[in-house]
Design a protein around this ligand. Structure first.
Ligand code: CAA
Length: 257
């Protein structure tokens, strides 16, 4: 697939995807979502990739779903086509995705960041769910993932007023893992992703799965499942290597399979 709205690069075992529709502040149209789905699927299946970075431009991670493309849709168009359903590819990826967010992450842009596993924000980042100002509500998880991330008080504040929240506030609220200077955003994201990609891939995939279970199940069931997954990792070469390396005071060399 020839990409028009994204760019992809590989940096060692890290796959980088850059949203690239500068004329529309990376608004997420059907073409971009199809390309993102294709690129993510490619990296997710590629045995030489251990972690993915998703970023935008300095001005915008993404300013939301493409309003010009959505404006004339009827309910039946939207319902039958289920265009937001295609965004789920991001949440379905098995490998970890680090979102490197600079500038605007609004509406679907904020929702896209929240589908990722670690959100790094530039100090210039602005998060928000402004859909209410368009006469609609968030449609790609904004009312659900945002509420789980920041709690009801702040989620209601953002979803009902449509106001933007800066990077520092987003970090305090628990939406963002770390805030970094804008000029260092992508380098920091690549560094974080490279560190993850150097670890045992089975352990990394299982760790992601286990944390995500916390949002889907009861505490007792989640803990039971975590313990099973923990024991299961004793079947990997990487567990033997990781623990032997610690005992022998050397750096672990994971087989990554
Ligand atoms: N869809 C389509 N085009 C968009 C867009 C969007 N979401 N956001 C920005 N653009 C376009 C603008 O129309 C403009 O294009 P033209 O030059 O052709 O007019 C270009 O990008 C630059 O934007 P602005 O001139 O508006 O730039 P600004 O710096 O003055 O403002 C902004 C930046 C505050 C982000 C403003 O563009 C804005 O408010 N954008 C819309 C944000 C929004 O409402 N997002 C939610 C979308 S709905 C959604 O996402 C639903 C969902 O949950 C799935």
């Amino acid at each position: 697939m020839a990409y028009e709205t994204i760019e992809i690069e590989t940096h060692g075992r890290v796959g980088l995807i850059r949203l690239n529709r500068p004329q529309a502040l990376n608004a997420l149209n059907a073409r971009l979502i199809a390309e993102l789905d294709n690129a993510l699927g490619g990296f997710d299946r590629d045995a030489d990739i251990g972690c993915i970075v998703l970023t935008g431009s300095e001005k915008a991670f993404a300013a939301g779903a493409d309003i010009k493309e959505m404006r004339d849709k009827s309910f039946v168009d939207a319902f039958l086509d289920d265009f937001i359903g295609r965004w789920d590819a991001v949440a379905r990826a098995r490998k970890p995705i680090v979102a490197a967010v600079g500038g605007f992450a609004l509406g679907g842009g904020c929702e896209l960041a929240m589908m990722c596993d670690i959100v790094l924000a530039a100090d210039t980042a602005q998060f928000g769910q402004p859909e209410i100002k368009l006469g609609v509500i968030p449609g790609a998880g904004g009312t659900q993932r945002l509420t789980r991330a920041v709690g009801k008080a702040k989620a209601m504040d953002l979803v009902l007023t449509g106001r933007m929240m800066g990077a520092e506030e987003a970090e305090r609220a628990g939406l963002v893992a770390r805030v970094v200077p804008a000029a260092e955003l992508v380098v920091e994201a690549l560094k974080t992703a490279a560190a993850i990609a150097a670890l045992s891939l089975p352990a990394v995939l299982i760790a992601k799965e286990a944390v995500n279970r916390a949002f889907e199940t009861t505490l007792a069931e989640g803990i039971r499942q975590e313990r099973r997954l923990f024991y299961a990792l004793f079947a990997t070469e990487d567990q033997k290597e990781g623990m032997s390396a610690f005992v022998e005071k050397r750096k672990a060399a994971f087989a990554n399979r």
